[in-house]
Design a protein around this ligand. Structure first.
Ligand code: GLN
Length: 203
């Protein structure tokens, strides 16, 4: 990969793909939608967007990308999941819908819709470890929270006593949606991870 401009895919099966493409471009990455297994070969990192994790799970199996994605993540490809994407990166869902699978990659247990229903969506200032310049505006839409993390995962942020941002090695996940704000600092952090510039111990 080119050191300066990593190519970052956005899993484009369902969800807020376009907003992530815009945010990644603002973070100086080359961003492109990814749907098919063969498209995985051309990317250095991947964002799994917000949306509906059950739908993304089903479509990933249907499009034949679930297994190739798991293999890339196991091999160390950097991944960042927001909201439904966070659920997709969890090794375990507390309350999965029947047949719901995840890509996995982060040793954590997530609870879907933990912050309430659509009409209980809210915004809150969230301090994220490793993000300088003050809190980020967290947009929570039927958001999950993280019930617990394993030894290898690091908690980067909490809201109201609940874990809302986690990193394990090259995998990053937030309950909230930075792509829906004009603030691209979390995407910049991820782009730096893809560039290999932000080892976990440097956070
Ligand atoms: N509640 C959704 C799910 O379980 C996530 C919502 C979102 O991504 N904004 O997948």
């Amino acid at each position: 990969m080119s050191e300066a401009t990593p190519v970052i895919g956005v899993l484009a099966l369902q969800g807020d793909v376009r907003e992530h493409l815009v945010a990644l471009a603002a973070a100086d990455a080359v961003a492109r939608p990814v749907r098919r297994p063969e498209e995985l070969a051309g990317i250095d990192g991947l964002v799994v967007p917000g949306g509906e994790s059950t739908t993304i799970s089903k479509l990933a199996v249907l499009f034949g990308v679930m297994e190739p994605l798991r293999a890339r993540v196991r091999a160390g490809m950097p991944v960042y999941g927001t909201c439904a994407g966070m659920i997709m990166l969890a090794d375990k869902i507390l309350d999965p819908r029947s047949g719901q699978e995840t890509i996995g990659g982060i040793d954590m247990i997530v609870r879907r819709n933990a912050f309430g229903r659509q009409n209980e969506s809210f915004e809150a200032a969230v301090d994220v470890k490793g993000i300088a310049g003050g809190p980020v505006e967290g947009v929570f839409i039927r958001a999950p929270w993280v019930e617990s993390v394993g030894a290898g995962a690091e908690v980067l942020a909490e809201h109201d006593g609940h874990i809302v941002a986690v990193r394990q090695g090259n995998a990053l996940a937030t309950s909230f949606h930075p792509e829906l704000t004009g603030d691209h600092r979390v995407h910049s952090l991820f782009a730096d991870m893809v560039r290999g510039r932000r080892a976990p111990e440097s956070l």
